[in-house]
Ligand binder design. Structure first.
Ligand SMILES: Cc1ncc(COP(=O)(O)O)c(C=O)c1O
Length: 376
């Protein structure tokens, strides 16, 4: 019999009703009524029978733009999650030999897309305070092959947010060097203060947005890109979703964005309380600490390096033995992934209380034991 490695996602999905899902920065705090009512109405009208308007619902596109506070004439593409926009723009704007200044840790799917375009990410180590890029380090990293800067703000996995003056300085660097600035703002709404890069470098800033996290619609797969109209047009050539984004996703996104100002304050407040609960559990667990607190997103990293425990083992025991799903760091960092796990906390407080009650014991269990035997 072979000892197949444990596969967390198939296991977690098979047990999804009893799992506390803290592994993908999904949001389980949004009141469901706006989205479910809108979807129900679209189902009653059998809108799924026809193709949507290929460019997307005009009212949704203009609401996205006004929600971001961007000029009304900016170009706005709707895609199947921000992910598809990230793929399209890297394909459209990068060529073999190009370099992109990025970070480690980072949201590595973007790095993969950069490589698929034949270009090369140049990740700067940021696993030390302030756990994000700085304009000085970006300036040093810019070379003759640099074509783009990747600014994820707030950053996945740390939840570090960029102060306004740093966003401005990085955007001005991009402008001075004629570079694309990829401003991934997926977690923007969770931040206390957030500054878009677009106004500082409107010609070449690519604002990638999503309703997966703020509106809790990850499973519907809708997000997009806002940029100068000539830029969105150039990127749109690489659109494969030619017949438009799922109409049920569009009506749900519209309903949630229309009502977001009514409920998002509660989401943010609960996230802050949940962060504090997790901080207490981490403080009670020798060998662990939070590199960034408070997080400006709905997740952060827990450094476990001083425990000597591999993050994958902690992920596995918490999932299998405690029903709590967090994510080992190697998915977010080639260099530092062995040091941390990432947890998201946009969950009901009762779920976070469960995490807090099992986390210290899980660490102790692994510390005390030999390497975990594999199931045969
Ligand atoms: C930084 C960042 N960008 C983009 C995405 C993709 O989001 P989606 O495709 O669900 O819109 C994620 C998802 O976790 C993310 O963390």
């Amino acid at each position: 019999m072979t000892n197949a490695p444990f596969e967390p996602f198939p296991y977690a999905h098979a047990h999804r009703r009893e799992i506390v899902w803290m592994s993908q920065n999904t949001n389980h705090l949004v009141p469901p009524e706006p989205a479910t009512n809108a979807i129900r109405q679209a189902l009653d009208e059998r809108r799924y029978e026809g193709y949507p308007l290929a460019a997307g619902l005009p009212e949704l596109r203009s609401l996205v733009v006004s929600d971001l506070g961007l000029p009304s004439d900016v170009g706005c593409l709707l895609t199947a999650g921000g992910t598809e926009a990230l793929y399209m723009l890297t394909r459209a704007l990068l060529a073999p030999g190009d370099e992109v200044v990025a970070s480690d840790p980072s949201y590595l799917i973007i790095h993969k897309f950069i490589e698929l375009a034949g270009a090369r990410p140049v990740p700067l180590d940021i696993y030390a305070p302030p756990y994000r890029l700085t304009a000085d380090r970006v300036a040093e990293a810019i070379g003759p092959k640099t074509k783009m800067i990747l600014l994820i703000d707030p950053l996945n996995p740390h939840g570090s947010g960029y102060p306004p003056e740093e966003v401005r300085a990085i955007a001005e660097l991009a402008k001075d060097h004629g570079l694309w600035l990829l401003n991934d703002i997926t977690y923007r709404d969770f931040a206390d203060v957030h500054t878009l890069a677009y106004p500082f470098h409107p010609e070449k800033t690519l604002t990638v947005w999503s309703v997966s996290k703020n509106c809790g619609l990850a499973g519907l797969r809708i997000g997009g890109l806002a940029a100068a109209p000539d830029v969105t047009q150039a990127i749109h050539r690489f659109n494969t979703n030619d017949l438009g984004v799922n109409i049920l996703a569009q009506v749900a996104a519209l309903a949630d964005l229309q009502t977001k100002s009514k409920w998002f304050g509660n989401v943010r407040t609960t996230c802050r309380q949940n962060q504090a609960t997790i901080r207490e559990a981490v403080a009670a667990t020798p060998g662990t600490f939070l590199p960034v607190y408070p997080s400006q997103a709905n997740m952060f990293a827990i450094d476990i390096s001083a425990t000597g425990i591999a993050p994958e083992r902690l992920q596995e025991t918490l999932l299998r033995d405690d029903g709590v799903f967090l994510r080992a760091g190697n998915y977010l960092s080639p260099k530092f992934g062995g040091r941390f796990v990432r947890v998201s906390f946009s969950n009901p407080p009762s779920e976070i209380a469960k995490f807090a009650s099992v986390f210290p014991a899980a660490v102790e269990r692994l510390r005390a034991s030999a390497p975990m035997p594999r199931a045969v």
